[in-house]
Design a protein around this ligand. Structure first.
Ligand code: IPE
Ligand code: IPE
Ligand code: MG
Length: 234
């Protein structure tokens, strides 16, 4: 496999919003608000730096454990940011929403579905937003879909290969994941793209997501360019 110096697909775990707010004696949701603004800017920085696709981890299947006021705050922010996303759709960005969006209210589901269909032909950049996403839930969903296909005799058990599983993942239309970037100082995946990250490179950074800048992204891309990926070879 040829290694390009610029990653084609970056996964970004947008973490550290709560700590950013706490440092400023602000409510946690102010951190989420600031983080959402950085999300929008990061799409442009990625494009300027030659990245083709980015998946942004915005809300995990485990984040429902948080207090109701924080969850409600994040969901209301999503409502506001849908408007911004719409405006970026005019800039040739394709939006894909990954995760089980059935958990959200109907107005949000309708908007997300219409943004993804309206931008389906855009080819300047793919921005995937992970909402109510969990890597384990994604694999369980793929398993259910494949089991249905076996049950209806459309495929046989021996047809289930890695490639077929990949066709049932949310990332099916995206380039392979090259780099996972996690700000906030935590060094874990937290159930993000667990299958796709099998051979990805990782860059962990101490910066909190709301403070993330283009320089931080450039640093992560430099780290990536300096790595030697072997994919099990020599
Ligand atoms: C990430 O920031 C945003 C979500 C998980 C929704 P956090 O809210 O996890 O921020 P910290 O980790 O508490 O600082
Ligand atoms: C991961 O961050 C999820 C998102 C950034 C959306 P968390 O803050 O939820 O992860 P943990 O709990 O620190 O592992
Ligand atoms: Mg966190």
């Amino acid at each position: 496999m040829e290694q390009l110096s610029v990653p084609q697909h970056i996964g970004i775990i947008m973490d550290g919003n709560g700590r950013w707010a706490k440092k400023r004696h602000l409510p946690r949701n102010m951190g989420h608000k600031q983080g959402a603004a950085v999300f929008k800017k990061t799409i442009n920085w990625c494009r300027e730096l030659g990245v083709k696709c980015a998946t942004f981890y915005a809300f995990s299947t485990e984040n429902w454990k948080r207090p109701a006021d924080e969850v409600d705050g994040i969901i209301n922010l999503l409502r506001q940011y849908i408007k911004d996303i719409r405006s970026m759709a005019k800039e040739n960005v394709r939006f894909i929403f990954i995760g089980d969006i059935n958990a959200f209210a109907e107005d949000i589901r309708t908007e997300l579905a219409s943004i993804s269909s309206d931008t389906a032909e855009n080819d300047g950049f793919i921005a995937a937003v992970a909402l109510n996403y969990g890597g384990r839930a994604e694999l369980a969903k793929a398993a259910r879909e494949l089991a249905e296909l076996v049950k209806s005799s459309e495929i046989s058990v021996s047809d289930i290969t890695e490639e077929l599983i990949e066709q049932h993942l949310y990332t099916v239309e995206m380039p392979a994941l090259d780099l996972v970037l996690r700000p906030s100082g935590e060094q874990r995946l937290s159930n993000f793209l667990i299958w796709q990250a099998a051979y990805a490179e990782f860059v962990f950074m101490d910066v909190l997501w709301p403070d993330f800048t283009k320089k931080d992204l450039e640093y992560a891309l430099e780290q990536y360019a300096s790595r030697r990926r072997r994919f099990g070879g020599i």
